[in-house]
Design a protein around this ligand. Structure first.
Ligand code: CS2
Length: 483
């Protein structure tokens, strides 16, 4: 599939999947889906066939739906190797529906028995699930709306529930739901949210979903920065064509899925997907070692003026801290024969250093309140409980706090991109001392685990580092940390 002769857009000649039918609806057709699941599914179909083309659904935006449809769903994936770029054309998406303007078509697609799997990449915050209570959040805008108007849903859980209700009423089998967002036990979380939401509308439907719908968990991994003009220019230079839907990504890619698809699935294993009984060891490793470290890098980078992940990694002291955190995160993982955490850490360092990948720290810094628990707070809690090193967790959390404080001081918090932005601004207003900032942010309801809140060791560890960041700057704090 590598080459420069393929065209993107109407009339392109050789779509190798043109005769295959649709079997998957994917919700959230962002860059990550295009660089990951769409690629694996194409490889699986090329290797083993099957009617597994994807109908994309965008929950809110209409632009990407229009752009992909104008290209018959085809787009280019630029793989940024340090040694040079590669271009691959992906044809898995047959067409895209925008839920905001064509809800009926979305519900029709989801109710079609030919659709056997629904995959999702909608970001952590879109679900509206309280992951501690394992119930939907009644005050989440989409959940509140969809509970009041279940026939006209706007959110992911509402849309899936209405589609499953239609399938049940028509006597059809449900689809399997495959969550591909960076959440621990993402299948179990989605299942709990769906069953709770449906039960509030119709106890029998809740029970039917609990009994009949399968929610395998999965771990997804491929660093995919937001597309920029450089992405589109690279495609133009390599193919001679304009591609408004092109994405760029790294060479590495991983997908580990619990093999629980009673309604069938593509031969993903032929595309290199690891089909397993239990995804948790992989998921913990990835969320804690990769994503946790990513968040540390993001807040440190934002404070130190480093635009890209690779800039943080090019700073020798920062890179040392990053590696130390990966190893500290590994300390909280249950050893598994198939996984070598030390070499995973070495590979991560190389991936983060990739000079060809321009991954903005600003992008990763978004939605901290959604990301911190699984990436930093729960592992910190485990480390504390087991008497292991907590220093790098403490500095990572202190970077997050200093970053939010800086945004509040500089622009009244307008640049904070987080679903809890208003609460963060209110909590931080008028706060300047490290202890006050710590108190304000750690007491955001439901965010920090109780065992961290009640630990003076943890509090001291964070407050002393936050103080150091506020007085000596982020890089000064890194130097102090390395001693
Ligand atoms: C990143 C992830 O934006 C973020 O929060 O940590 O999107 C990360 O790039 C992916 O999980 C890599 O697979």
């Amino acid at each position: 599939m590598t080459g420069s002769s393929e065209t993107v857009g109407k009339g392109w000649p050789q779509n190798p999947l043109a005769n295959a039918g649709n079997g998957i609806v994917h919700i959230g057709v962002g860059a990550f889906h295009r660089a990951h699941q769409a690629v694996y599914t194409q490889q699986a179909m090329l290797a083993a066939g099957g009617d597994w083309r994807i109908i994309g659904v965008t929950p809110r935006s209409t632009d990407i739906a229009d752009q992909l449809n104008a290209q018959d769903g085809a787009f280019c994936v630029i793989v940024r190797n340090p040694a040079g770029d590669e271009c691959q054309t992906i044809y898995t998406i047959s067409h895209v529906l925008a839920a905001a303007r064509e809800l009926d078509a979305v519900l029709d697609a989801l109710s079609d028995p030919a659709i056997r799997i629904v995959t999702l990449t909608v970001t952590e915050k879109a679900y509206g699930i309280d992951r501690q209570a394992m119930k939907v959040l009644s005050d989440h805008p989409a959940i509140a709306h969809d509970l009041a108007h279940p026939g006209q849903p706007t959110g992911v859980i509402g849309i899936l529930t209405e589609a499953l209700r239609r399938r049940r009423d028509a006597g059809n089998a449900p689809f399997t739901c495959l969550c591909c967002d960076n959440l621990p036990e993402n299948g179990a979380v989605l299942r709990a949210g769906m069953v709770d939401f449906a039960s509030r509308l119709d106890a029998d439907l809740g029970e039917w979903i609990a009994q009949n719908v399968h929610f395998p968990s999965s771990m997804v991994d491929r660093i995919t920065p937001a597309s920029t003009d450089a992405t589109y220019e690279t495609v133009r230079a390599m193919t001679g064509h304009n591609d408004a839907c092109a994405v760029e990504t790294e060479p590495f890619s991983q997908w580990v899925i619990e093999d629980d698809f009673p309604t069938g699935r593509p031969a993903w294993e032929k595309a290199g997907v690891l089909m397993v009984d239990d995804v948790r060891p992989y998921e913990h490793m990835k969320l804690r070692m990769l994503n946790g470290t990513h968040s540390l890098i993001a807040y440190l980078g934002q404070l130190a003026g480093y635009k890209y992940v690779r800039d943080v990694m090019a700073d020798e002291d920062c890179a040392k801290l990053v590696h130390a955190h990966m190893l500290a995160a590994a300390q909280t993982l249950v050893p598994v024969a198939a996984l070598d955490f030390a070499s995973y850490a070495d590979d991560l360092v190389a991936r983060f250093q990739n000079p060809a990948i321009a991954h903005e720290t600003r992008q990763i810094a978004m939605d901290g309140t959604e990301k911190l628990p699984q990436r930093l707070l729960h592992p910190a809690q485990d480390a504390l409980k087991e008497g292991k090193e907590i220093a790098t967790y403490a500095i990572a959390v202190a970077f997050w706090m200093a970053y939010l404080h800086k945004l509040v001081v500089q622009r009244n918090g307008n640049d904070i991109s987080d679903p809890r932005q208003a609460e963060i601004i209110a909590a931080l207003s008028g706060k300047a001392a490290a202890q006050d900032i710590y108190n304000a942010l750690s007491q955001l309801p439901g965010l920090f685990p109780q065992s961290l809140l009640s630990s003076s060791v943890w509090m001291q560890a964070v407050v002393s580092r936050l103080d150091c960041i506020l007085t000596q700057g982020a890089l000064g704090a890194v130097t102090a940390e390395l001693g």
